[in-house]
Ligand binder design. Structure first.
Ligand code: RM4
Ligand code: MN
Length: 393
């Protein structure tokens, strides 16, 4: 097929114009590996500065209007004031993430712990997160459970599932009617023998037991190598239980690199499932979020690049000729059907997205425009003293 230049028609304009991507506050703080955390001049010292930086990503891309918070990393005295600050910067507060992995009490588990007092403490932490939701206007509580064991026999896998179900039900009870709970799975780390929510099936079973407002979070870095992630996307969409993505890239484990960097084709395949199920629309309730760390690259441009990568994958998925694909699939035309998908993937959508930004009053080249804005120099000069936010704060 000859390459054609894609045109920004009304359908693409609407679909791309409606898409939003949520940013993680922690991406703006310092992070690293267990070997070293490198600081950057100008790194935010508090949640207010993290939000100001996140707002830059939205200002230059136009599609990142929400910032997700992590409690207690983003604790402030007055959350309503933080929400006001976000609004002043043109963004709002997104999902509230609980933290069950940095308290000594949780060494052997949190919501699954054998000791009811520890489980109560973990449930109470979620009540605190729900209060943050009320103060900030957030509607989603996000739970990633680090619980698990390191050695066979260390604890009863089965009893832990029962305790988890009970604890999650206690948290779910606390939600307001317009709140949702999203439950993230991960197959390893920090526990290495088993984790208590290792996969989408386990997360889904707990969500089904909890109720309609419980959905699954799919973090692209939380699967064994070779896992067909788009299959999971399709399956969760069929059940109406795909609550959110945590997008990032991985080469080996949970690398948390920029979305679309390691495997842009995988990102495209995921977005193809989304488009095919008509789940790109805001009403579908799928929250497209990034969950990343920028260990060696500058954080704000790292987020801008990631947002653009997701947007490019989305535009390509929207270019799949659905009719031709359907016809080829029905006819059993293996290579024809595959060809339809590859034609879309191999289309250069950068010009189309530049046109979209120009129409929206944005600079067509966000990376270049942000670099030219001088913002990084400005924050490096202004943010002197204090302690830079990082893993654990
Ligand atoms: C976990 C998981 C969570 C994230 C933390 C920081 O691996 O991906 O979503 O909140 O890391
Ligand atoms: Mn995640």
């Amino acid at each position: 097929m000859t390459a054609t230049t894609p045109v920004l028609d009304a359908r693409l304009r609407k679909a791309l114009g409606e898409q939003t991507i949520e940013l993680p506050s922690w991406a703006f703080g310092n992070s690293g590996t267990r070997f070293k955390v490198f600081g950057t001049p100008g790194t935010p010292r508090d949640p207010y500065e993290k939000i100001a930086d996140a707002a830059q990503v939205h200002a230059f891309t136009g599609i990142a209007p929400r910032v997700s918070l992590h409690v207690p990393w983003d604790l402030v005295d007055d959350f309503a004031d933080l929400a006001r600050h976000a609004k002043e910067h043109g963004v709002s507060i997104g999902m509230i993430n609980s933290n069950l992995f940095q308290d000594d009490a949780y060494k052997l588990g949190s919501l699954t712990h054998a000791d009811p007092a520890v489980r109560r403490k973990a449930v109470a932490h979620h009540v605190q997160c729900i209060d943050v939701m009320r103060a900030t206007g957030s509607k989603e509580l996000k739970i990633w459970l680090p619980d698990g064991t390191n050695y066979p026999g260390q604890d009863s896998i089965r009893a832990r599932q029962d305790r988890l179900a009970e604890s999650l039900a206690a948290v779910y009870e606390e939600l307001d009617d317009d709140h949702r709970m999203v439950l993230e799975y991960k197959f390893f780390e920090p526990a290495f023998y088993h984790t208590d929510v290792p996969d989408w099936g386990t997360s889904l079973l707990h969500c089904l037991a909890l109720g309609e407002r419980a959905k699954v979070v799919l973090d692209t870095g939380h699967h064994a190598p070779g896992t067909n992630i788009e299959f999971i996307v399709a399956q969760l969409l069929r059940q109406g239980r795909l609550g959110a993505f945590d997008f990032n890239s991985r080469f080996y484990a949970d690398d948390d690199l920029m979305a679309g960097a390691a495997d842009p084709f995988q990102l495209f395949r995921i977005m193809h499932e989304i488009v095919e199920a008509d789940a790109l629309r805001p009403e579908s309730g799928v929250n497209f979020m990034l969950d990343q760390c920028h260990n060696i690259e500058d954080k704000i441009p790292g987020q801008i690049r990631s947002v653009m990568n997701v947007q490019e994958a989305t535009a390509k998925a929207l270019l799949v000729d659905a009719e031709a694909l359907d016809a080829a699939q029905r006819a059993g035309d293996v290579l024809g059907a595959h060809g339809v998908l590859m034609d879309a993937y191999n289309t250069d959508v950068r010009g189309l997205l530049a046109d979209l930004r120009t129409e929206q009053g944005l600079d067509p080249a966000p990376m270049r425009a942000f670099a030219a804005s001088g913002y990084l120099d400005k924050i490096a000069a202004a943010r002197v003293g204090g302690t830079q936010a990082g893993w654990g704060a």
